[in-house]
Design a binder for this molecule. Sequence first.
Ligand code: SF4
Length: 337
Amino acid sequence: MITPIASPWESDLWQSELKLAIRSSRSLLKTAGLACDSAYRPDDFPVLVPRGFAAKIRSGDAEDPILKQVLATPEEAEEAAGFIRDPLNETTDTFNPTPALLKKYAHRALLVTTPACAINCRYCFRRHFPYDQHRPAVAKDVIEAIIKDTTLTEIILSGGDPMLLSDAALAKLYGQLAVVGHLKRIRIHSRLPIVLPQRMTTELLATFKNSHLPTIMVVHANHANELDANTHRAFNVLKAAGVTLLNQSVLLKGVNDHASVQCTLAEKLFDQGVLPYYLHMPDKVAGTHHFFVADRQATEIYQDMQASLPGYLLPKMVREVPGKAAKTQLISITHEA
Ligand code: SF4
């Protein structure tokens, strides 16, 4: 008999936390101890921040790296040359022959499981994604497409955030994927262990632990201040359930565009049992130009990281180029010591 992994949190706590999340710039500024007279209200991508994550913002600091990731500002409405709604061509039929299933790379397919996130990151590359056309209301078709494509070895659960599905829905999906003989593993891209660690329920951990398909979870932290005792608890129970933990972050102007900030993040991730995997160059998405870091500066940051970190703590600095068979490395790793 497989021994269950007990979560440190009650099973319904994450949903209550989500209901209480901050949903306006005004309320966020107030929580951050800042004046709210200049609060900005975006039309299409509302403010959404779980209170536990907002509590990590330094009070009274308008430049706080967590606040900058989640506070809507008027710059989002500015037009900037080259910044468009779908820079990765994710909505084209080439990637998307079956709604909700994006096949960009060999042997892997990305399943858009839900449009919902627990947080709205202002730099999000899918902030304009037409989720209504790609909802897995057609889940049966999607599973059939996965069964038919025998080249697939890995399904990547994405969104939105796939861990916003209920425990029952995720268990069902794992069950459907488990019987597809050519699959070797399931990867989950999720920000929830960072922004809503209470999501790691006993039932969810059982789904991971009981599946014969190994789970790789790529979490998403951009700054060391996002990691605390609760994220550490979440990582510990995930690891106990057999989940392999990696981190991806995005290089963001004013948030983490300094080598020392990146190195501190890498060290803290390691302390909490997570290995840095990718450092993404931001995509040129409309409404996010104020986060953009130019290639030259990114290269300098990365060279300083290389000089400072052991190879196993150095994430790959990558950018996604539509149509390429793999992510493009901006600068190659020159040492592995
Ligand atoms: S959690 Fe991920 S998908 Fe959701 S808003 Fe943030 S970056 Fe976008």
